[in-house]
Design a protein around this ligand. Structure first.
Ligand SMILES: Nc1ncnc2c1ncn2[C@@H]1O[C@H](COP(=O)(O)OP(=O)(O)OP(=O)(O)O)[C@@H](O)[C@H]1O
Ligand SMILES: [Mg+2]
Length: 360
Protein backbone atom coordinates (compact mmCIF):
# COMPACT_ATOMS: atom_id res chain seq x y z
CA UNK A 1 0.00 0.00 0.00
CA UNK A 2 1.27 3.47 -0.85
CA UNK A 3 2.24 5.41 2.21
CA UNK A 4 2.42 9.18 1.45
CA UNK A 5 4.80 9.66 4.37
CA UNK A 6 7.31 7.23 2.91
CA UNK A 7 7.12 7.77 -0.81
CA UNK A 8 10.66 7.13 -1.97
CA UNK A 9 12.35 3.96 -0.92
CA UNK A 10 11.03 4.46 2.56
CA UNK A 11 12.46 7.95 2.90
CA UNK A 12 9.85 10.37 4.28
CA UNK A 13 9.86 14.09 3.60
CA UNK A 14 10.93 16.53 6.34
CA UNK A 15 10.15 17.53 9.02
CA UNK A 16 10.25 14.22 10.84
CA UNK A 17 7.38 13.60 13.21
CA UNK A 18 9.39 12.00 15.94
CA UNK A 19 12.37 14.16 16.77
CA UNK A 20 12.08 14.23 20.52
CA UNK A 21 13.64 16.94 22.58
CA UNK A 22 14.27 14.70 25.56
CA UNK A 23 15.80 16.05 28.72
CA UNK A 24 19.14 14.57 27.74
CA UNK A 25 18.97 16.30 24.36
CA UNK A 26 18.11 19.62 26.00
CA UNK A 27 21.00 19.28 28.47
CA UNK A 28 23.40 18.45 25.66
CA UNK A 29 22.09 21.36 23.59
CA UNK A 30 23.11 23.78 26.33
CA UNK A 31 26.66 22.36 26.39
CA UNK A 32 26.99 22.36 22.61
CA UNK A 33 25.77 25.93 22.25
CA UNK A 34 28.08 27.11 25.02
CA UNK A 35 31.15 25.59 23.36
CA UNK A 36 30.10 26.90 19.95
CA UNK A 37 29.50 30.43 21.29
CA UNK A 38 32.96 30.46 22.89
CA UNK A 39 34.51 29.42 19.61
CA UNK A 40 32.61 32.10 17.72
CA UNK A 41 33.61 34.77 20.22
CA UNK A 42 37.30 33.88 20.19
CA UNK A 43 37.45 33.61 16.42
CA UNK A 44 35.96 37.09 16.12
CA UNK A 45 38.69 38.67 18.22
CA UNK A 46 41.36 37.57 15.79
CA UNK A 47 42.87 40.31 13.67
CA UNK A 48 42.70 38.51 10.37
CA UNK A 49 40.32 35.60 10.37
CA UNK A 50 41.37 34.36 6.98
CA UNK A 51 44.76 33.29 8.35
CA UNK A 52 43.13 30.90 10.74
CA UNK A 53 40.42 29.83 8.41
CA UNK A 54 43.08 28.71 5.99
CA UNK A 55 45.05 26.72 8.54
CA UNK A 56 41.98 25.08 10.00
CA UNK A 57 40.50 24.44 6.60
CA UNK A 58 43.58 22.58 5.47
CA UNK A 59 43.14 20.26 8.42
CA UNK A 60 39.48 19.73 7.64
CA UNK A 61 40.07 19.17 3.97
CA UNK A 62 42.60 16.53 4.89
CA UNK A 63 40.44 14.83 7.50
CA UNK A 64 37.34 14.88 5.39
CA UNK A 65 39.09 13.30 2.48
CA UNK A 66 40.70 10.75 4.78
CA UNK A 67 37.31 9.26 5.54
CA UNK A 68 37.59 7.81 2.08
CA UNK A 69 40.88 6.23 3.11
CA UNK A 70 42.89 8.72 1.17
CA UNK A 71 46.16 8.92 2.96
CA UNK A 72 48.04 12.11 2.39
CA UNK A 73 51.06 13.14 4.35
CA UNK A 74 51.10 16.59 5.88
CA UNK A 75 54.29 17.41 4.01
CA UNK A 76 52.93 16.56 0.64
CA UNK A 77 49.65 18.29 1.29
CA UNK A 78 51.10 21.52 2.59
CA UNK A 79 53.60 21.66 -0.25
CA UNK A 80 50.78 21.13 -2.74
CA UNK A 81 48.92 24.08 -1.22
CA UNK A 82 51.86 26.39 -1.70
CA UNK A 83 52.81 25.23 -5.14
CA UNK A 84 49.12 25.44 -6.15
CA UNK A 85 49.53 22.30 -8.11
CA UNK A 86 48.54 18.86 -7.09
CA UNK A 87 51.59 16.82 -6.32
CA UNK A 88 49.42 13.70 -6.33
CA UNK A 89 45.77 12.82 -7.05
CA UNK A 90 45.18 12.60 -3.31
CA UNK A 91 46.43 16.13 -2.77
CA UNK A 92 44.23 17.27 -5.62
CA UNK A 93 41.27 15.76 -3.83
CA UNK A 94 42.08 17.70 -0.70
CA UNK A 95 42.61 20.94 -2.63
CA UNK A 96 39.27 20.40 -4.36
CA UNK A 97 37.56 19.98 -1.01
CA UNK A 98 39.02 23.27 0.09
CA UNK A 99 37.82 25.19 -2.95
CA UNK A 100 34.38 23.55 -2.76
CA UNK A 101 34.08 24.83 0.79
CA UNK A 102 35.08 28.37 -0.17
CA UNK A 103 32.63 28.35 -3.02
CA UNK A 104 29.81 27.35 -0.67
CA UNK A 105 30.84 29.99 1.86
CA UNK A 106 30.87 32.71 -0.81
CA UNK A 107 27.48 31.60 -1.97
CA UNK A 108 25.77 31.81 1.41
CA UNK A 109 27.53 35.09 2.25
CA UNK A 110 26.18 36.67 -0.92
CA UNK A 111 22.76 35.06 -1.07
CA UNK A 112 21.88 34.32 2.56
CA UNK A 113 20.56 30.85 1.81
CA UNK A 114 21.71 27.51 0.39
CA UNK A 115 19.98 26.22 -2.71
CA UNK A 116 19.93 22.77 -4.29
CA UNK A 117 21.79 24.25 -7.25
CA UNK A 118 24.60 25.54 -5.10
CA UNK A 119 24.85 22.16 -3.38
CA UNK A 120 25.29 20.66 -6.86
CA UNK A 121 28.06 23.10 -7.71
CA UNK A 122 29.80 22.46 -4.37
CA UNK A 123 29.67 18.78 -5.25
CA UNK A 124 30.98 19.42 -8.75
CA UNK A 125 33.98 21.26 -7.30
CA UNK A 126 34.87 18.16 -5.33
CA UNK A 127 35.56 16.49 -8.65
CA UNK A 128 34.37 13.08 -7.52
CA UNK A 129 33.06 11.07 -10.43
CA UNK A 130 30.11 12.21 -12.48
CA UNK A 131 28.71 15.61 -11.50
CA UNK A 132 24.96 16.19 -11.10
CA UNK A 133 22.17 14.15 -9.60
CA UNK A 134 22.34 10.38 -10.23
CA UNK A 135 20.55 9.32 -13.37
CA UNK A 136 21.23 5.61 -13.27
CA UNK A 137 19.86 3.20 -10.69
CA UNK A 138 22.09 0.81 -8.78
CA UNK A 139 23.48 2.95 -5.97
CA UNK A 140 23.31 1.11 -2.67
CA UNK A 141 24.88 1.66 0.73
CA UNK A 142 26.72 -1.36 2.01
CA UNK A 143 28.11 -2.48 5.30
CA UNK A 144 31.90 -2.13 4.94
CA UNK A 145 32.64 -5.35 6.77
CA UNK A 146 29.99 -7.76 5.58
CA UNK A 147 29.39 -6.21 2.14
CA UNK A 148 25.64 -6.53 2.75
CA UNK A 149 23.34 -3.83 1.37
CA UNK A 150 21.88 -1.91 4.28
CA UNK A 151 20.05 0.82 2.46
CA UNK A 152 18.97 1.61 -1.08
CA UNK A 153 18.53 5.34 -1.60
CA UNK A 154 15.90 6.65 -4.01
CA UNK A 155 16.75 5.96 -7.63
CA UNK A 156 14.23 8.06 -9.49
CA UNK A 157 15.82 11.46 -10.35
CA UNK A 158 12.44 13.21 -9.94
CA UNK A 159 12.03 11.74 -6.50
CA UNK A 160 15.51 12.93 -5.57
CA UNK A 161 14.78 16.44 -6.82
CA UNK A 162 11.54 16.56 -4.80
CA UNK A 163 13.28 15.36 -1.68
CA UNK A 164 16.09 17.87 -2.18
CA UNK A 165 13.62 20.73 -2.68
CA UNK A 166 11.89 19.66 0.50
CA UNK A 167 15.26 19.63 2.29
CA UNK A 168 16.08 23.08 0.88
CA UNK A 169 12.90 24.52 2.41
CA UNK A 170 13.53 22.82 5.76
CA UNK A 171 17.09 24.05 5.76
CA UNK A 172 16.39 27.67 4.87
CA UNK A 173 13.32 28.27 7.02
CA UNK A 174 14.43 29.91 10.20
CA UNK A 175 12.25 29.20 13.22
CA UNK A 176 12.78 29.03 16.94
CA UNK A 177 12.07 25.33 17.08
CA UNK A 178 13.48 22.88 16.68
CA UNK A 179 16.85 24.19 17.72
CA UNK A 180 19.14 24.83 14.70
CA UNK A 181 21.62 22.21 15.89
CA UNK A 182 18.84 19.61 15.91
CA UNK A 183 17.88 20.75 12.44
CA UNK A 184 21.46 20.32 11.30
CA UNK A 185 21.41 16.71 12.50
CA UNK A 186 18.09 16.05 10.77
CA UNK A 187 19.22 17.70 7.54
CA UNK A 188 22.49 15.73 7.51
CA UNK A 189 20.63 12.46 7.91
CA UNK A 190 18.20 13.40 5.17
CA UNK A 191 20.88 14.53 2.72
CA UNK A 192 22.92 11.37 3.23
CA UNK A 193 19.80 9.25 2.84
CA UNK A 194 18.79 10.96 -0.40
CA UNK A 195 22.39 10.29 -1.46
CA UNK A 196 21.87 12.33 -4.64
CA UNK A 197 25.32 11.86 -6.18
CA UNK A 198 27.31 8.90 -7.41
CA UNK A 199 30.10 9.70 -5.00
CA UNK A 200 31.13 12.48 -2.62
CA UNK A 201 27.83 12.56 -0.69
CA UNK A 202 29.63 12.37 2.64
CA UNK A 203 31.99 15.22 1.80
CA UNK A 204 29.22 17.40 0.38
CA UNK A 205 27.11 16.70 3.48
CA UNK A 206 29.93 17.71 5.82
CA UNK A 207 30.45 20.98 3.92
CA UNK A 208 26.72 21.68 4.16
CA UNK A 209 26.92 21.24 7.96
CA UNK A 210 29.41 24.02 8.49
CA UNK A 211 27.65 26.30 6.00
CA UNK A 212 24.47 25.81 7.97
CA UNK A 213 26.16 26.99 11.18
CA UNK A 214 27.24 30.16 9.39
CA UNK A 215 23.77 30.67 7.89
CA UNK A 216 22.25 30.37 11.37
CA UNK A 217 24.85 32.88 12.63
CA UNK A 218 26.16 30.36 15.13
CA UNK A 219 29.57 31.03 13.56
CA UNK A 220 30.81 34.01 11.56
CA UNK A 221 33.19 32.01 9.43
CA UNK A 222 33.45 28.36 8.43
CA UNK A 223 35.72 27.08 11.18
CA UNK A 224 33.95 24.11 12.74
CA UNK A 225 34.58 20.80 11.13
CA UNK A 226 33.29 17.51 12.34
CA UNK A 227 35.17 15.18 10.03
CA UNK A 228 37.79 14.39 12.67
CA UNK A 229 35.09 13.48 15.18
CA UNK A 230 33.30 11.36 12.61
CA UNK A 231 36.50 9.47 11.74
CA UNK A 232 37.10 8.72 15.41
CA UNK A 233 33.50 7.64 15.97
CA UNK A 234 32.84 6.20 12.57
CA UNK A 235 31.13 2.97 13.62
CA UNK A 236 28.63 4.94 15.70
CA UNK A 237 28.16 7.41 12.85
CA UNK A 238 27.07 4.67 10.45
CA UNK A 239 25.10 2.75 13.05
CA UNK A 240 23.12 5.76 14.23
CA UNK A 241 22.34 6.99 10.72
CA UNK A 242 20.93 3.55 10.06
CA UNK A 243 18.99 3.41 13.34
CA UNK A 244 17.05 6.51 12.38
CA UNK A 245 15.71 4.47 9.52
CA UNK A 246 15.27 1.12 11.20
CA UNK A 247 14.27 2.14 14.72
CA UNK A 248 13.18 5.74 14.35
CA UNK A 249 15.95 6.44 16.81
CA UNK A 250 16.32 10.17 16.24
CA UNK A 251 17.35 10.88 19.80
CA UNK A 252 20.67 9.00 19.67
CA UNK A 253 21.53 10.44 16.27
CA UNK A 254 20.78 13.99 17.43
CA UNK A 255 22.86 13.41 20.58
CA UNK A 256 25.74 12.14 18.45
CA UNK A 257 25.75 15.32 16.34
CA UNK A 258 25.38 17.57 19.38
CA UNK A 259 28.34 15.89 21.09
CA UNK A 260 30.35 16.24 17.89
CA UNK A 261 29.60 19.97 17.90
CA UNK A 262 30.65 20.32 21.55
CA UNK A 263 33.89 18.37 21.26
CA UNK A 264 34.89 19.86 17.94
CA UNK A 265 34.24 23.40 19.15
CA UNK A 266 36.48 22.81 22.15
CA UNK A 267 39.23 21.29 20.02
CA UNK A 268 39.10 24.11 17.48
CA UNK A 269 39.16 26.70 20.25
CA UNK A 270 42.30 25.11 21.68
CA UNK A 271 43.93 25.08 18.24
CA UNK A 272 43.07 28.74 17.63
CA UNK A 273 44.51 29.68 21.00
CA UNK A 274 47.74 27.81 20.25
CA UNK A 275 48.09 29.41 16.83
CA UNK A 276 47.44 32.83 18.30
CA UNK A 277 50.07 32.31 21.00
CA UNK A 278 52.54 31.09 18.42
CA UNK A 279 51.87 34.19 16.32
CA UNK A 280 52.69 36.40 19.29
CA UNK A 281 55.93 34.57 20.03
CA UNK A 282 56.89 34.68 16.35
CA UNK A 283 56.17 38.42 16.17
CA UNK A 284 58.52 39.04 19.12
CA UNK A 285 61.28 36.99 17.49
CA UNK A 286 60.82 38.85 14.21
CA UNK A 287 61.16 42.18 15.97
CA UNK A 288 64.56 41.16 17.35
CA UNK A 289 65.85 41.25 13.78
CA UNK A 290 65.33 45.01 13.68
CA UNK A 291 65.11 46.95 10.45
CA UNK A 292 61.91 46.87 8.49
CA UNK A 293 61.42 43.14 8.47
CA UNK A 294 58.53 42.94 10.90
CA UNK A 295 55.10 43.77 9.60
CA UNK A 296 51.62 42.45 10.28
CA UNK A 297 51.32 41.42 6.66
CA UNK A 298 54.49 39.35 6.80
CA UNK A 299 53.44 37.73 10.07
CA UNK A 300 50.02 36.85 8.61
CA UNK A 301 51.61 35.46 5.49
CA UNK A 302 53.80 33.17 7.59
CA UNK A 303 50.63 31.75 9.15
CA UNK A 304 48.43 31.41 6.11
CA UNK A 305 49.92 28.09 5.20
CA UNK A 306 52.87 26.20 6.59
CA UNK A 307 55.05 26.59 3.46
CA UNK A 308 55.69 29.92 1.79
CA UNK A 309 57.77 31.12 -1.12
CA UNK A 310 59.54 34.32 -1.99
CA UNK A 311 56.84 34.86 -4.63
CA UNK A 312 54.12 34.93 -1.94
CA UNK A 313 55.70 38.00 -0.34
CA UNK A 314 56.19 39.67 -3.70
CA UNK A 315 52.57 38.95 -4.75
CA UNK A 316 51.32 40.62 -1.56
CA UNK A 317 53.46 43.68 -2.11
CA UNK A 318 55.36 43.04 1.14
CA UNK A 319 58.78 43.29 -0.50
CA UNK A 320 60.64 43.07 -3.78
CA UNK A 321 62.09 39.73 -4.79
CA UNK A 322 65.58 40.44 -3.37
CA UNK A 323 64.32 41.86 -0.10
CA UNK A 324 61.76 39.08 0.30
CA UNK A 325 64.47 36.51 -0.18
CA UNK A 326 66.62 38.25 2.44
CA UNK A 327 63.66 38.31 4.87
CA UNK A 328 63.06 34.60 4.47
CA UNK A 329 66.75 33.83 4.94
CA UNK A 330 66.85 35.94 8.09
CA UNK A 331 63.79 34.17 9.42
CA UNK A 332 65.52 30.88 8.69
CA UNK A 333 68.58 32.10 10.57
CA UNK A 334 66.59 32.76 13.74
CA UNK A 335 64.90 29.37 13.55
CA UNK A 336 61.39 30.34 12.44
CA UNK A 337 61.61 28.90 8.95
CA UNK A 338 63.30 25.92 7.34
CA UNK A 339 64.05 25.92 3.61
CA UNK A 340 63.12 22.89 1.57
CA UNK A 341 63.95 22.36 -2.09
CA UNK A 342 61.08 20.79 -4.05
CA UNK A 343 62.10 20.38 -7.67
CA UNK A 344 63.07 23.85 -8.81
CA UNK A 345 61.15 25.60 -6.03
CA UNK A 346 62.42 26.59 -2.62
CA UNK A 347 59.67 26.40 -0.02
CA UNK A 348 60.12 27.79 3.46
CA UNK A 349 58.43 25.84 6.20
CA UNK A 350 57.01 27.60 9.28
CA UNK A 351 58.43 24.92 11.58
CA UNK A 352 56.34 25.51 14.67
CA UNK A 353 53.08 26.00 12.82
CA UNK A 354 53.73 22.73 11.04
CA UNK A 355 54.26 20.92 14.33
CA UNK A 356 51.05 22.42 15.72
CA UNK A 357 48.97 21.38 12.73
CA UNK A 358 50.57 17.97 12.55
CA UNK A 359 49.73 17.25 16.18
CA UNK A 360 46.06 17.73 15.45
N1 LIG B 1 22.98 3.77 6.30
C1 LIG B 1 23.20 5.00 5.89
N2 LIG B 1 22.22 5.92 5.91
C2 LIG B 1 22.44 7.18 5.51
N3 LIG B 1 23.64 7.62 5.06
C3 LIG B 1 24.64 6.76 5.03
C4 LIG B 1 24.49 5.41 5.44
N4 LIG B 1 25.68 4.80 5.27
C5 LIG B 1 26.52 5.74 4.77
N5 LIG B 1 25.92 6.91 4.63
C6 LIG B 1 26.50 8.19 4.16
O1 LIG B 1 27.17 7.98 2.93
C7 LIG B 1 28.44 8.67 2.97
C8 LIG B 1 29.37 8.03 1.96
O2 LIG B 1 28.90 8.32 0.66
P1 LIG B 1 29.87 8.71 -0.55
O3 LIG B 1 30.87 7.62 -0.79
O4 LIG B 1 29.03 9.15 -1.70
O5 LIG B 1 30.58 9.98 0.07
P2 LIG B 1 32.15 10.30 0.12
O6 LIG B 1 32.30 11.75 0.43
O7 LIG B 1 32.78 9.79 -1.13
O8 LIG B 1 32.62 9.36 1.29
P3 LIG B 1 33.01 9.60 2.80
O9 LIG B 1 31.86 10.19 3.52
O10 LIG B 1 33.30 8.21 3.28
O11 LIG B 1 34.19 10.51 2.77
C9 LIG B 1 28.84 8.55 4.41
O12 LIG B 1 29.74 9.58 4.82
C10 LIG B 1 27.52 8.66 5.14
O13 LIG B 1 27.23 10.01 5.42
MG1 LIG C 1 32.82 7.69 -1.81
Amino acid sequence: MFNPDRPYNELPMLPPRDVIETEEVLRQLVKSHKALAELKGTAQTLPDQSVLINSILIQEAKDSSAIENIVTTHDELFQGLTLSRAVSPQVKEVLNYRSALWEGYDFIKNKGFLSVNSVCSIHERLGTGTPGIRKLPGTVLKNDRTGRTIYTPPNDPNAMVNLLKNLEIYFNTQQDRPDPLIKMAVAHYQFESIHPFHDGNGRTGRIINVLYLVLEKLLSSPILYMSRYIIHHKADYYRLLQEVRTKNNWTEWVLYVLKAVEETSKGTLALITSIRNLMEVTAEKMKTLGGRLYSHELLDTLFEKPYIRVGDLVAKGIATRNTASRYLNNLTFIGILKPDKIGRDILYLNKHLFILLKQQ
